[in-house]
Design a protein around this ligand. Structure first.
Ligand code: 18C
Length: 247
């Protein structure tokens, strides 16, 4: 029926064997481990995270970083969502079947390689922002369970001979993104849609890959990141509404 979601589709609780024999595995494992650890760290301390957007349980921080005049501000967002699990959040973020339904910056998405049930390589082109050139990205994406009731998706730029950079209309951008989620429910109870809460940490660093006006870029960030996180989390809540909770 329309109310079932294939259990086989959900992120696997353990790393898929097909991934561990792939040439990208050492890099995927190292970067995912680093990103997940950093995502679960707080925003206090000396690193200098500045709050730039806040709405309900959602808080967004950034650090202003420029390299050779190019804006590469790291972003860190925290959110809390009730009624869905970390595994479900990561399922909808990782699985390309749903991407056009929540990702509003996309123009095209191509699956370059299906490595395993928990790793893929994507090529994406994004909507053009005037007056800059259109951007594209080529990145691997990996979903894993990081501890009890915690799942994370890491996306990181890579290369592929069939998808060379900067040969057509697009400038290749470079991205490192981590969506790390952890679910909790009251001690002594069974987890249900009514008592589960998922804490989300979303970290993103985008290197625009070529000149883009700093003012335009920071304005796009400010508008697009909150829009993305609200839209994506609402989408997952809607999708899960009538389905059994998958922890
Ligand atoms: O993480 C997200 N999505 C994942 C699945 O798609 C994946 C994607 C990562 C790519 C992020 C880079 C997006 C660049 C988009 C540029 C065009 C935006 C057009 C918008 C206008 C309608 O991990 C969710 C990603 C949420 C993206 C928020 C926007 C970030 C803006 C970064 C600007 C980068 C610069 C380049 C262009 C130059 C512009 C002057």
């Amino acid at each position: 029926s329309v109310h079932t979601r294939d259990q086989v589709d959900l992120p696997p609780p353990a790393i898929d064997n097909r991934l561990t024999v792939h040439s990208l595995w050492p890099e995927i494992d190292r970067i995912s481990t680093e990103q997940i650890q950093a995502a679960f760290e707080g925003v206090g301390g000396d690193i200098g995270w500045q709050l730039f957007a806040e709405e309900g349980d959602m808080k967004m921080y950034r650090r202003e970083v420029e390299v050779d005049g190019m804006v590469m501000d790291p972003l860190k967002a925290m959110h809390k969502v009730r009624g869905v699990s970390a595994r479900e959040m990561c399922h909808y973020f990782f699985n390309p079947r749903y991407r056009y339904e929540w990702e509003t910056t996309l123009e095209t998405m191509t699956i370059v390689e299906e490595i395993s049930s928990d790793a893929m390589v994507f090529h994406q082109t994004f909507k053009r922002i005037w007056p800059a050139s259109q951007r594209d990205a080529l990145f691997w994406s990996h979903v894993r369970s990081s501890s009890d009731y915690a799942y994370a998706v890491t996306n990181h730029s890579t290369t592929n001979v069939d998808y060379p950079a900067n040969t057509g209309a697009c400038i290749r951008l470079f991205v490192t993104v981590c969506l790390a989620c952890r679910s909790t429910y009251p001690a002594g109870e069974q987890p249900t849609r009514d008592n589960v809460t998922t804490s989300i940490a979303y970290c993103s660093t985008v290197n625009p890959g070529g000149w883009a006006p700093a003012g335009v870029l920071r304005a796009v960030y400010k508008r697009e990141y909150p829009k993305f996180l609200k839209r994506f989390t609402n989408y997952v809540v809607q999708q899960c509404r009538d389905k059994p909770l998958a922890m």
